[in-house]
Design a protein around this ligand. Structure first.
Ligand code: AMP
Length: 543
C-alpha cells in the first residue's frame, strides 16, 4: 500500500487542555465545592494547575500505565486529575462511590490502584476501604490545608499542598495514541464488575464525534452543566468535549436536587446539560412547585435509562428545551446513538413527533449497529423487527480489562450490547428490552418492558415487572408481577383489562401475581434475576 504523506501526530488528551488554555484561556470553569462555596477560575489557570499536578504525580513516582483512582464528585479538582493523570501516560480510574463497599474494594484491587484521590464527602468511605486496599501507596484528600480533616487514612496528603510545591512548567510526554488513558468499571446485576480501559485515541475520536452538530453539538458559546457524575463513564465524555471547543464548564459537586441544579442553570446561564432521567424528574418537579423557568437552557441530554415520553413533552412544550435522548454504555466510551432530527422528519408534529423523540436515537458516524436473532442472523431495519443489538467502532471495547474470553465479544469483531432493540429505516433505534429479560415464547420474542409500561398505566398498579417463566410447550411465557397501589385490591382480570387492544394476543401475560414489594439493585433497577429465581417453579394455568 502507498502510505499518505501526512504528519503522524498522535491523538493525546494533553493536547485538549493545552488547546483550551491557549485559545479559550478566559473561559470559565465554575464549581460548587465540597466546602460549600462556588469556585471560579478559567482554562488558563486550569492548564497551569494541571501541569503542577502532573509534576506532583511525577514526584510521587507515578509510573506510566499505573492506575490512579478517584472517589469524587464533579468539581474543578476532579477535572484537573483527569488531564494530569492521563497526560502523564498513567490511567485515571474513576470509581463509583455509590457501589457497595465490597464491590469498590474488588474494583480497587482488580485495577491495582496505587494512589486514590478522595473528595471530602468520601473520606469516611475511603477510611473504611483502606484496610482492604493494600496496593494503595497514598490517599490524596481533594482540599486545601484549612479544610483538611482529621483522618486515619494511611499516608494522607493534601491536594493543594501538593500543587503549591510544584512548578507550572511541564513538557507533556508524547507516546502512542493507543496508550490507556482512563478506566471505568461497569457493574451488572450478576458477577464481578468489569473494567473498560479507554485509550487516548478512543476518547479523542469519541470527543470529535460527540461535538458534531447532529450529536451533542457542543460549541464555544455553550455553558455546560455537567450533572452526570464524572465517575459514570467520564461524565459521558463532556469534560473532554468542553476542552476541545472552549465551552464553559459548570460542575455541581454533590448537590443534584432540583433547587441546586436550577440555581446553577440560572446563575451560570447554562445552555446545555446532561444526566439520567431521575435528575430531570427532580428538576421538572421543582419547576412545577416553584413556578421557576429555564430561560437560558437550550438542550438537555438524557440517557442511562429510557427518557419517559411525558418528560420529553414537558421540556419541549413548557420550557422550550429540546431533550436529546441518547443511548450508550460503559463499553462504548459511552455515546452510541443520539436523537437529533433529520430534515425529512422535521415536519412531524404532535404524537408522531413525540414517538420519534422517545426513541433512543440514530446512528452516528463511527458506530456501526446491527440487530440479530437467536441464530445470529441479521434482522430488517424496518422499525418493527427486534433483536439483540451489536456494535463495533473505534470507541467500542474489544475486551474487558484483564479478563479475556468474555462471550460478549464476538470472534468476528462485534460487541453484544445485551440490549434488544428495533432499528427503523432512518437509523433510529428503540430499546425494547435486555437480552436476558426478553421473553422467548415459541421462537418469538416478547418485550418485558413494553408489557410493564402498559401495566403501570392501570391506576391500581404501583409497580409492575414481567418475567419469563418456563413453559412445557412455548419454552417461556410472561408472568406479570404487580405491586398494587396503596389501598387498592385489584383482581387479576381487572389488571389484565389494561392490555386490551394494546398488544398482540400471544403477548398477553399468562398470569398475574400480587406482591408487596419488588427487589431492586443498588442503582434502583428491577432485580429480575431474583424474581426469576423466586418464580422458577411457578405453575402457569396454561402449562
Ligand atoms: P452503563 O454501562 O452503566 O452506562 O449502562 C448501559 C446500559 O444502560 C445500556 O446497555 C442500556 O441497557 C441502558 N441504557 C443506557 N441509555 C439508555 C436509554 N436511553 N434508554 C434505555 N436504556 C438505556
Amino acid at each position: 500500500m502507498l502510505q499518505g504523506d501526512m504528519m503522524d501526530r498522535p491523538l493525546l488528551l494533553s493536547s485538549l487542555i493545552e488547546f483550551a488554555a491557549l485559545y479559550h484561556g478566559e473561559r470559565e470553569i465554575v464549581s460548587r465545592t465540597a466546602e460549600g462555596t462556588i469556585h471560579r477560575y478559567n482554562y488558563a489557570a486550569a492548564g497551569r494547575r494541571v501541569k503542577q499536578l502532573a509534576n506532583a504525580l511525577r514526584r510521587l513516582n507515578v509510573e506510566e500505565g499505573e492506575r490512579i483512582g478517584t472517589l469524587a464528585w464533579n468539581t474543578y479538582r476532579h477535572f484537573e486529575i483527569y488531564f494530569a493523570v492521563s497526560g502523564m501516560g498513567s490511567v485515571c480510574h474513576t470509581i463509583n462511590p455509590r457501589l457497595f463497599t465490597d464491590q469498590i474494594a474488588y474494583i480497587g484491587n482488580h485495577a491495582e490502584d496505587r494512589i486514590i484521590f478522595v473528595d471530602l464527602p468520601f473520606v469516611a468511605l475511603a477510611e473504611q476501604l483502606a484496610p482492604q486496599l493494600p496496593l494503595v501507596r497514598a490517599f490524596v484528600v481533594m482540599t486545601d490545608r484549612a479544610h483538611m480533616p482529621e483522618t486515619s487514612l494511611p499516608g494522607a496528603l493534601c491536594y493543594e499542598d501538593l500543587l503549591t510545591a510544584e512548578s507550572e512548567v511541564l513538557e507533556w510526554p508524547t507516546f502512542d495514541e493507543n496508550t490507556a488513558a482512563a478506566l471505568c468499571y461497569t457493574s451488572g446485576t450478576t458477577g464481578d464488575p468489569k473494567g473498560v480501559l479507554y485509550s487516548h485515541r478512543s476518547t479523542m475520536l469519541h470527543s470529535f464525534a460527540s461535538c458534531m452538530g447532529d450529536v451533542l453539538g457542543i460549541r464555544a458559546r455553550d455553558s455546560i452543566l455537567v450533572v452526570v457524575p464524572m465517575f459514570h463513564v467520564n461524565a459521558w465524555g463532556i469534560p473532554y468535549c468542553a476542552a476541545m471547543t472552549g465551552a464553559k464548564l459548570v460542575f455541581p459537586g454533590a448537590a443534584l436536587d432540583g433547587a441546586s441544579v436550577h440555581e446553577l442553570m440560572e446563575s451560570e446561564a447554562v445552555t446545555l446539560s446532561a444526566g439520567v432521567p431521575t435528575v430531570w424528574l427532580l428538576l421538572l418537579q421543582y419547576l412545577r412547585d416553584t413556578g421557576n423557568s429555564l430561560p437560558h437552557l437550550e438542550r438537555v441530554v438524557c440517557g442511562g435509562s429510557a427518557a419517559p415520553r411525558a418528560m420529553i413533552q414537558e421540556f419541549e412544550e413548557v420550557h422550550d428545551v429540546r431533550l436529546l435522548h441518547a443511548w450508550g454504555m460503559t463499553e462504548m466510551n459511552p455515546v452510541g446513538v443520539v436523537n437529533t432530527p433529520k430534515p425529512v422528519l422535521e415536519a412531524l408534529e404532535g404524537d408522531a413527533k413525540l414517538d420519534l423523540m422517545a426513541k433512543q436515537g440514530r446512528a452516528i458516524f463511527g458506530v456501526d449497529l446491527k440487530i440479530v436473532d437467536d441464530s445470529g442472523q441479521e434482522l430488517a431495519r424496518d422499525g418493527k423487527a427486534f433483536g439483540a443489538l451489536k456494535v463495533r467502532g473505534p470507541w467500542v471495547a474489544r475486551r474487558y480489562f484483564q479478563r479475556d474470553d468474555d462471550p460478549a465479544f464476538d470472534s468476528d469483531g462485534w460487541f453484544s450490547t445485551g440490549d434488544v432493540c428495533t432499528i427503523d429505516p432512518d437509523g433510529f433505534i428503540q430499546i425494547v428490552d435486555r437480552t436476558k429479560d426478553v421473553i422467548k415464547s415459541g421462537g418469538e420474542w416478547i418485550s418485558s418492558i413494553e408489557l410493564e409500561n402498559i401495566a403501570v398505566g392501570h391506576p391500581a398498579v404501583a409497580e409492575a415487572c414481567v418475567i419469563g417463566v418456563p413453559h412445557p410447550k412455548w419454552d417461556e411465557r410472561p408472568l406479570l408481577v404487580v405491586v398494587p397501589s396503596k389501598g387498592a385490591t385489584p383482581s387479576k382480570e381487572d389488571v389484565m383489562s389494561v392490555f386490551a387492544g394494546k398488544v398482540a394476543k400471544w403477548w398477553l401475560p399468562d398470569d398475574v401475581v400480587f406482591t408487596d414489594e419488588l427487589p431492586h439493585t443498588a442503582t434502583g433497577k428491577l432485580l429480575k434475576t431474583e424474581l426469576r429465581q423466586r418464580y422458577k417453579d411457578y405453575k402457569l394455568p396454561s402449562a
